[in-house]
Design a protein around this ligand. Structure first.
Ligand SMILES: Nc1nc2c(ncn2[C@@H]2O[C@H](COP(=O)(O)OP(=O)(O)OP(=O)(O)O)[C@@H](O)[C@H]2O)c(=O)[nH]1
Ligand SMILES: [K+]
Ligand SMILES: [Mg+2]
Length: 406
């Protein structure tokens, strides 16, 4: 790709090369049993706890474990030699009534995505987290390159950092050829975007598909859409050990995007587990956490125990709140009364898709029995739940029988 001159004539060729590269990377990962499109992305086996999960990713000895202790109070061994941490150590960070699971992980190095060290498992963990905290040693030489290496390792396995999924619908078909339409002018895919799409799809042996682009996408984004299997994660950066550099250097690092500078040793921007500090605030922001206080009719809300929703998990709508409480609640939902920042007036009567904001108070009003009987959607939903239940049961039975036979 570097050798190809960039002009109109070579545009499609570059597209093809990008698709080939994505494909080869995937194959390599699958070959090594990694998290490619086919293989399972296992990682370390740690139960999911809390309202959201963040993974600590970084080179060896940048201070991930030291940081983990300060964020969560968990004893994760920290020492001056590299690869002190050899497995995944979970801990819980308590902040503003939320519980965030923080995973301390072994350090990774260049080539981690392809299985160097325990890189593959570490990166699989990042794929399964709700947000990634990239930890860097501010005193290390070649710091900017470190940041790039880590980003590349994560990109290689299909993790996209701080990007939105491209606004494109892509449907594979069995016949009919490729049809590529868009609602906006496409300026980044060369004079003939359809030809570009066909070139890329050829690498994946797709000959028929409908594509609809609602934004001006790049070739890389088009490849992502066609390849699929991409995950979009918020990521923030913590430059640790600023006690080892000059104030001018600190100033430069502090201006990097998505970044916070600090020192665990000197307690700059990182305090004790029960203190509110800048790092915890940043994690909270990147997870898009939202506290919702629920209340019963005629009673005060329970301010001690909010329901915490995350924008990067199930979202922060009334629907997500109901799902968080129980399926029963979701089934019986009629409307919600909402007090707080998201309400136009207090209280506002809202539907299931109403987006909530931090510290809103919500009272869910459920359907009365006679309403339930009349509501066709409700009946269909109950039927749906029961069908799903029976199907699952039948599958489990089959599996058990298969196992016995085996
Ligand atoms: N100067 C300075 N040293 C620090 C700071 N934070 C951590 N360290 C030191 O950095 C060394 C490595 O810390 P660890 O927490 O073990 O680093 P790690 O990233 O978990 O390392 P691995 O598990 O081996 O990948 C230890 O000697 C820490 O005492 C800091 O803010 N300033
Ligand atoms: K270490
Ligand atoms: Mg460690």
């Amino acid at each position: 790709m570097a050798r190809t001159q960039k002009n109109k004539a070579t545009n499609y060729h570059l597209g093809t090369l990008k698709a080939k590269l994505a494909k080869l990377r995937n194959e390599l990962l699958i070959e090594q049993g990694g998290g490619g499109s086919g293989g399972p992305s296992e990682g370390f086996d740690v139960a999911r706890l809390g309202d959201a999960r963040v993974a600590l990713i970084g080179f060896p000895s940048v201070g991930k474990s030291t940081l983990q202790c300060k964020l969560t109070g968990t004893e994760s061994e920290a020492a001056a030699y590299e690869f002190t941490t050899l497995t995944c150590i979970p801990g819980t960070m308590h902040y503003k009534g939320s519980k965030v699971q923080v995973l301390d992980l072994p350090g990774i190095i260049e080539g981690a995505a392809h299985g160097k060290g325990r890189g593959r498992e570490v990166i699989a963990c990042a794929r399964n987290a709700d947000a990634i905290l990239i930890v860097l040693d501010a005193g290390k030489e070649g710091l900017n390159r470190h940041r790039e290496i880590l980003e590349t390792e994560l990109e290689t396995v299909g993790i996209r950092l701080n990007q939105r999924p491209p606004d494109v619908t892509f449907n594979k078909k069995s016949t009919g050829g490729v049809r590529f339409s868009s609602t906006v002018p496409l300026t980044k895919l060369g004079p003939d975007p359809e030809k570009m799409a066909i070139q890329i799809m050829r690498e994946y042996k797709i000959s028929s598909a409908d594509l609809l682009a609602r934004e001006d996408i790049t070739v890389d984004q088009l490849v992502d859409v066609i390849v699929g299997n991409r995950v979009y994660k918020p990521a923030c950066y913590f430059y640790n050990k600023i006690d080892t550099i000059t104030i001018e250097e600190v100033d430069q690092l502090a201006r990097m995007p998505h970044s916070l500078v600090g020192s665990v040793h000197k307690r700059f921007n990182v305090g004790e587990p029960d203190e509110e500090d800048a790092l915890k605030a940043m994690i909270w922001r990147y997870l898009g956490l939202t506290r919702i206080y629920t209340k019963r009719k005629g009673q005060h809300p329970d301010l001690a125990e909010p329901v915490v929703l995350s924008a990067v998990r199930k979202g922060t709508t009334v629907l997500a709140l109901c799902q968080n409480i129980s399926t029963q609640m979701l089934r019986d939902f009629n409307f919600a009364m909402v007090w707080g920042k998201s309400a136009k007036h207090n209280p506002q009567r809202c539907g299931i898709n109403h987006p909530l904001e931090d510290e809103d108070v919500v009272q869910i009003v459920t359907k009365t029995n006679s309403q339930q009987r009349q509501d066709k959607n409700y009946q269909a939903m109950v039927q749906g739940f029961s069908d799903k239940y029976h199907k699952k049961k039948a599958e489990a039975r089959k599996k058990k029988q298969g196992k016995l036979r085996g």
